[in-house]
Ligand binder design. Sequence first.
Ligand SMILES: Cc1ncc(COP(=O)(O)O)c(C=O)c1O
Length: 354
Amino acid sequence: MAPYWTDHWGNPSSRQHRQGLTASAAVALARRQIAEALDIDPDRLIFTSGATEANNLALLGHARTRGCGHLISVNTEHHAVLDPLAQLQREGFQVSLLQAQSNGLITPTQLEEAIRPDTRLVSVMAANNEIGVLQPLKELAEICRNRGVVFHSDAAQAFGHIPLEPDNLGLDLVSLSAHKLYGPKGIGALVIREGVQLQPLQWGGGQEAGLRAGTLPSPLIVGFAAAVQEAMADRDERHTRLGGLRDQLWNGLNDQLPAVERNGAAAPCLAHNLNITLPGMSGSRLHRSLRPHLACSSGSACSNGAPSHVLLAIGRSRADAEASLRLSLGRSTTANAVEQAIASIVEAVDAQQT
Ligand SMILES: Cc1ncc(COP(=O)(O)O)c(C=O)c1O
């Protein structure tokens, strides 16, 4: 990214001078690299500021082309989906939220039963950001296709971690975020299937096929593509390695803390996620005593300290949701770090019991 902040500072839309052309070529290459990882045509990628904006563009942008009607999603979605849907509700759309089962998953039958003749769009995330479960996208997409309904997926947590090919899965709109795969914050993309109608959310210089006006941030786009390339290079190996470490973490906690419970289905699930509840513990004390040792949370970074709506949605009480830990592993996580995490959590629990 560094040269694009300094030496190659041109605006990628300024094609009349060398600085602009250099930036433009870098953006074009990055677009091709990201598209290749998704096995799509580069023209189908619209750069946005992240998955939040991509979700807004997908949901508001498509629904508004239809004027009115019915929209379907799930009660465990990220707020970046739930809140645009709430806005559409204020604009006159009807919204149904499917109730996730206690394992965090929805079934194709649930979707089938919820679709109505006036259903315009369905949005179901690929991987849950708190409990890691992977929704059955291919089956859900097929139902939508058969019923002529546009299918969107917020794949912010999935891209770079598990195989994600929009056409293979049958997805019409897919939201991506660079910082979920070690890329820079402030850049993401919406993948659009040809023929899906979208209205822009903002108007201006006509960038990104008129769907997302605004000067493209070439350093962030270059960084996004570099992160994607690195993620694709070690994705499968990382998945296997982190799955092993996550099992080590769960088994270690389970051995020493008989009351511990796991949130969300153990499979299908992201390999680097473990979400646990320690029933009866004070959530605030637990988090306070873990803070010096572990960077963990009870819910999403966007929840402003409220108990996790995902854990509440899958049937946890407020107290249990607060006494929960969302633990994530990553490229730099080692077996030694996992043992330290287990020891810290056990110590924090013991401290409350004595
Ligand atoms: C599932 C999901 N969707 C959307 C977002 C928001 O992404 P961004 O920060 O790129 O706007 C996040 C991350 O916080 C997420 O986990």
